[in-house]
Design a protein. Sequence first.
Length: 91
Amino acid sequence: MSLSALKKNALQNPEVKKAYDDLGAEFELISSLITMREESGLTQDEVAERMGTKAPNISRLESGRSNPSLKTLVSYAQACGFKLDLGFKHA
């Protein structure tokens, strides 16, 4: 079974669908971080160096295995040549 078929099948379960939807903002943040770094032409090592940290910390950040502070997100954006822009949307 392919990953997309497995996902489609799993999302038919209302509890799984709700849990997946609840993680939408986290997935969006992770995607934004990776896109920002790639658009800057930087590696994880280069971002880490600019932030004064180590590449495994950037890997954890980009994989969603950490709970970053606002300060960390600002630093990451600056390391990539971006500015953090927070906003809120109606649910």
